[in-house]
Design a protein around this ligand. Sequence first.
Ligand SMILES: [Fe+2]
Length: 149
Amino acid sequence: MRKDQAGKPLDETTTVGELVAEDYRTARVFEKHGIDFSCGGKAAHLRDEEEKFFPALKRIEAARKAGVDPEIEDLAAVRESLEKFDVEHTEIGDAVHAIRALSKDYAVPDDACNTYMVTYRQLKEFGDDLHLHVHLENNILFPKAAGFL
Ligand SMILES: [Fe+2]
């Protein structure tokens, strides 16, 4: 039976995330087919934003523009989301800082192979992307959203 790098057998209980951890090249295949290979945290955060927070915020904005009171459920959803996202963004920021520190600011040694270079470049892009996400939401969107409450 085939085993992963830690010696655990690859079988029907092996998760997609474990497969990607075993061989990062599989990530592209899963991405191509829309299969979530993350540990779930990031995907759940984005899903919450897209499916709960933004729709509720749009309904509140529409209600305010129409001069009517927004639904209490929408106000509660936005309020709860803002508190939850604040915590999650702090965790995301801490993780990005830790990765950046551990990689010595994504420094690639002179004798690094292509895989090393590509991995660090993608890691930097991922970190920059998350940083921008957190900045735009924390400093622009969330204060604006709080103004609708
Ligand atoms: Fe976010």
